[in-house]
Design a protein around this ligand. Structure first.
Ligand code: NAD
Ligand code: UD1
Length: 338
């Protein structure tokens, strides 16, 4: 297939491009580089021996998106492009709704115009909000607690309406749990701007001496050790989930929702210990207050993806930590060094 990947130079996008190319698909990539670096592209080439056709463009720009569809015989779209910081979304809701929701509306309108009706969308476990029943199945109620999460819920709703209006569409809504890790080569990985908001990049930056200590956001949750429990998933497993989802939507029209996670939760302190084991580096930490909006526990039931997509996550937390560490230690300044 010729696959248009939006947000292709981002963390998950880059790993997915590598898997798509390795599986023999052609990739047309679009990104406005708002949260990624163009150097990613040469790393993807280095890993796969293949080029993607890259457009530095904004999905909000209808003319540019039209041009991309006009110049390439796109079979399907994998849509990662979005802004993803929760605190930023609280501070700047209009920017988040505009970029994520309007960007997707624009993309889908252009897809329809060019007769492309297959889309894999990056949703998030955040759409479930602080649900109390674990593990989360796809039919759990949706109750996102911040503007970022609400953009994901709205886009899911929009894509359902699009499918209702035209049953020729074929849509996969993928709800990611907590992506961590990096390509095992150490050549591509997560390269956040500024202070990382998520746990794993924060830990790896402490390990390379970029940050002094980890602050654990609360140890008084109702969990075994009191710290928050999450379903961490290796980014390469997540990437291969997209290939399976593409196969599913290529098989025929429909709309399908899948959790992509391992089904196992680990606490903050378990992750710290796993990282120390994998890296041999000790991670100083102190216990701080809870982060507003944080759930105690979140992990999924991945059965639906296993049975319908024949996909399952195979990499455990030791591999996640090892690969995160390889990436961070070999690229202490991320992609900056070229
Ligand atoms: P990322 O920020 O690394 O990648 C997103 C990419 O989209 C960036 O390269 C950014 O420059 C690009 N982009 C943003 N707005 C754009 C626009 N208007 N036009 C063109 N490009 C644009 O994030 P990621 O971690 O790779 O996440 C990918 C997707 O997965 C996002 O939709 C995110 O919301 C979703 N997601 C991520 C996580 C996570 O923990 N990383 C969890 C659940 C869902
Ligand atoms: C965050 C986002 C969520 C997004 C998800 C995956 C918030 C409130 N939620 O969720 O919308 O879908 O990332 O990208 O930001 N932790 C620390 N210290 C840190 C960082 C994190 O103790 O410096 C803890 C958190 O409290 C949590 C766990 O580590 O218990 C994981 O945190 P994080 O990586 O931010 O993921 P989520 O909280 O699941």
């Amino acid at each position: 297939m010729m696959v248009l990947v939006t947000g292709a130079t981002g963390y998950i996008g880059a790993h997915t491009c590598v898997e798509l190319l390795a599986a023999g698909h052609d990739v047309v990539a679009v990104d406005n580089l708002a949260n990624s670096k163009v150097q990613v592209l040469s790393r993807i080439r280095e890993l796969t021996g293949r080029d993607v056709r890259f457009y530095e463009a904004d999905i909000l720009d209808g003319g540019q998106v039209d041009r991309i569809f006009g110049e390439n015989a796109i079979d399907a779209v994998v849509h990662f492009a979005a802004l993803k910081s929760v605190p930023e979304s609280v501070a700047e809701p209009l920017r988040y709704y505009h970029n994520n929701v309007t960007g997707t509306l624009n993309l889908c309108a252009r897809m329809a115009r060019h007769g492309v009706r297959r889309i894999v969308f990056s949703s998030s476990a955040t759409v479930y909000g602080a649900s109390v029943t674990m593990p989360l199945t796809e039919d759990a109620p949706l109750a996102p607690v911040n503007p970022y999460g609400r953009t994901k819920e709205m886009i899911e709703r929009i894509l359902r309406d699009v499918y209702e209006s035209d049953n020729a569409w074929s849509v996969a809504l993928l709800r990611y749990f907590n992506p961590v890790g990096a390509h095992p080569s150490g050549r591509i990985g997560e390269d956040p701007n500024g202070v990382p908001g998520n746990l794993m990049p924060y830990i790896t930056q402490v390990a390379v001496g970029k940050r002094q200590e980890l602050v654990v956001f609360g140890d008084d949750f109702e969990t075994d050790d009191g710290t928050g429990v999450r379903d961490y998933i290796h980014v390469v497993d997540l990437a291969t989930g997209h290939l399976k989802a593409l196969d599913r939507i290529a098989a025929g029209p429909g709309i399908h929702t899948y959790n992509l996670g391992t089904g196992t939760g680990y606490s903050v302190l378990e992750m710290v210990r796993a990282f120390e084991r994998a890296s041999g580096v000790s991670i100083p930490y102190r216990i701080g207050g809870r982060r507003p909006g944080d759930a105690a526990v979140s992990y999924c039931d991945p059965t639906k993806a296993r049975t319908e997509l024949a996909w399952t996550a195979t990499r455990g937390i030791d591999e996640m930590c090892l690969d995160s560490w390889r990436w961070q230690s070999q690229n202490p300044r991320g992609y900056e060094a070229g």
